[in-house]
Each structure stands twice: as structure tokens, then as C-alpha cells.
Design a protein around this ligand. Structure first.
Ligand SMILES: O=C(CO)[C@H](O)[C@H](O)COP(=O)(O)O
Length: 334
């Protein structure tokens, strides 16, 4: 156990550097400089792990927290990446247009965050301004979606002013075959999870690059953390087998601060996330964690924008996964 912990500590060297046993540094994405705070010796990372007891506690939690969840489907073959940003934008636009077809007059609609959701908010605004949709009210999941809704003429209310949400549309960073997701690339996953979870129907909008065979192999898991508790939370994330990195702002020195005033830690799981439901629960049990970006059993539908050359089509995830496995079987035969 001690060896494993030391290896983990070594693995986080770089973006999150442990100096000896007690110094925690962050790296600025803008300047590449390291900065941060010295942890008192008694709270240094190693003391938490030295006898492995904390790690064992957390492992125990994993089994306690296991809940009934969507069973993992057979892993699909991976979709080809879309390297052309213009094509990727066209895919996002196409799936956004498709999503707003689901909105009916009088609906209360959850407005996700991110570039795909932004396009959907814009498309929703177009339908409203053309008079094709009446009495639609949006519930934003971030400052971004609130501002865009106002800009495109979608009326909004606060979450606490509604007792239900009919439909929510949202993007995702990774989607696997059983519709479990990683979200939080835009640091809005806490509010998104509340809104998506309470909606009668949660529709996730992705382009084909987001569909993966296993969560966490390429996209780190975002975790929103109370700034007060950042050091103990980092140590607990390491104990869970993660490689955490505090997210730095791009056009501001220092960490990203979420719309709720917290920090975001991106956690890599080098072997992937084998049991997303258990991990979601274990991470949320760490005191100081506000919410993590694993969305388990929340999506009711995932619309995938895919392309064959210039032609773009929107299909349900199950159909897309099936087409991937058929394609991979055929290429295996040849
Ligand atoms: O979870 C999110 C924001 O917190 C986004 O939905 C996710 O990052 C996908 O974004 P995009 O549509 O820009 O690819």
C-alpha cells in the first residue's frame, strides 16, 4: 500500500508537485510557474497514507456506496476523431438544432453549459423569436447559459422558482455506451447535475468524438471543491487512485473559480474508470467535495452528431455504438 501511495505521489509531480512530504504547489497554465502553499508537516500528503488506513476506509466506502445503476454495455470501438474544427462545429450545430425540436410550447427547459448547449440556446431563441415556440422558460446552469439565454431572447427563472423541469439539454465531455457521462469541462457540472437530474427528460448532445469505450481514459474527471478544504481533498483523491491537478485559469493568474465560488480539481485515472457509479459516490463522500463530473443514470437520451464525409446525421447513442461495432467487425474480417 505504501509503495502504491508513493507511486501516486510521484505521478502527480509536475502540475501538482509534492515537495518532500509537505509542500503543495500549483502550476500556472499561463506562465508555467509553480506557486502554492506549504502544508504544515502534520497534514502533508504522506502522513495520510503512511499506514494505508485512510485508503482502506475509502475503498470500503466504495462498496458501501455501490448503488443500482445502469449496467455497462459492451464497450464500443472508438469513433474516429474529428480533426477539422469547422466540421466539429457543424456537428455541434446540427445536434443543437435537433435538440430544440423536442421543446414544446409551455415547457420549462434546463439550459446546459458549454459550446454545444450554447448553440442549442441560440437555436431555441431563434424558434421563440420566429413565434414558433411560445411560453418557454429556461433554467440556466451557469452564468454562461443565463447570459446567452438573455441574449437570444429565452426567458429564464431560478431553479428554486420552479418545482419541475420538463426537459433539459446539455453537452458532455465523454459518453460511454450505457449513457454514463463525464461532464465539467466548463466547470459547471454541479449546477448541471442538479438541473439534469431533476428534469423529466435529460437529453445529452455530443458529436461523435465524445463517445468512448471507457470513461476517464482520456478526459480527467472534474471535481468541484471548497477552497477551504483543497489540501485534504487532494490527498483523498490520490488515495482513491487519482492523479489530481488544480485547474488553472487561462486568462487570469491562479485557479479557476466556479460560478459557485469553488475550485476545480481535474483528476486523471490512468487506468480509466472501471466502476463509475462507485467512484461518483466515493468522491462525493470526501468532506469538502461539492460535486464531481460523473453523471450516472441521469441521461435519458444521448444524441450523437456523426458524419460520413460531408453528410451529417444525428442518431441515438445505441444506434451509433451499434454502427461502430459493426464497422469494427467488418474491418476485422478484411
Ligand atoms: O460539462 C460541461 C460544462 O461544465 C459541458 O457540457 C461539457 O464540457 C461539453 O462542452 P462542449 O459542448 O463545449 O464540448
Amino acid at each position: 500500500m505504501a509503495m502504491a501511495v508513493l507511486e501516486q505521489s510521484a505521478a502527480i509531480a509536475g502540475s501538482l508537485r509534492w515537495h518532500g512530504q509537505s509542500e503543495l504547489l500549483m502550476k500556472s497554465s499561463r506562465t508555467g510557474e509553480h506557486y502554492g502553499s506549504r502544508l504544515p508537516h502534520h497534514t502533508g500528503g504522506v502522513s495520510l497514507f503512511r499506514n494505508g488506513s485512510k485508503a482502506q476506509d475509502l475503498t470500503g466506502l466504495l462498496s458501501l456506496c455501490r448503488r443500482s445503476t445502469v449496467k455497462a454495455l459492451a464497450a464500443p470501438a472508438q469513433a474516429a476523431p474529428v480533426s477539422d474544427p469547422v466540421l466539429q462545429e457543424a456537428l455541434k450545430r446540427a445536434v443543437a438544432k435537433k435538440a430544440v425540436e423536442l421543446v414544446k410550447p409551455g415547457m420549462i427547459v434546463g439550459l446546459g453549459t458549454g459550446s454545444t448547449s450554447s448553440m442549442a440556446i441560440e437555436e431555441l431563441g431563434k424558434l421563440i423569436s420566429k413565434g414558433k415556440l411560445k411560453d418557454v422558460i429556461g433554467v440556466p446552469t451557469s452564468y454562461q447559459s443565463r447570459v446567452l439565454a438573455r441574449q437570444f431572447g429565452v426567458k429564464t427563472v431560478d431553479l428554486n422558482d420552479v418545482n419541475h423541469i420538463d426537459l433539459a439539454f446539455d453537452g458532455a465531455d465523454e459518453v460511454e455506451a450505457s449513457m454514463n457521462l463525464i461532464k465539467g469541462g466548463g466547470a459547471a457540472h454541479t449546477m448541471e447535475k442538479v438541473v439534469d437530474n431533476m428534469s423529466g427528460k435529460c437529453v445529452i448532445l455530443v458529436d461523435q468524438t465524445k463517445v468512448v469505450s471507457e470513461l476517464g481514459l482520456s478526459f480527467p474527471l472534474p471535481v468541484e471543491v471548497l477552497p477551504y478544504a483543497i489540501s485534504p481533498v487532494l490527498r483523498s483523491l490520490v488515495a482513491l487512485g487519482g492523479v489530481p491537478e488544480i485547474r488553472s485559469a487561462l486568462r487570469k493568474d491562479g485557479p479557476v473559480i466556479t460560478d459557485l465560488g469553488n475550485m476545480v480539481v481535474d483528476v486523471r485515472f490512468p487506468e480509466g474508470i472501471k466502476d463509475p457509479a462507485a467512484l461518483e459516490c466515493s468522491i462525493n463522500m470526501i468532506p469538502g467535495v461539492v460535486e464531481n463530473g460523473l453523471f450516472i443514470g441521469i441521461a435519458d437520451s444521448v444524441l450523437v452528431a456523426t458524419h460520413d464525409g460531408e453528410e451529417i446525421t444525428i442518431v441515438e447513442l445505441a444506434e451509433f455504438v451499434k454502427s461502430l461495432s459493426t464497422a469494427s467487425q467488418e474491418s476485422a474480417k478484411t
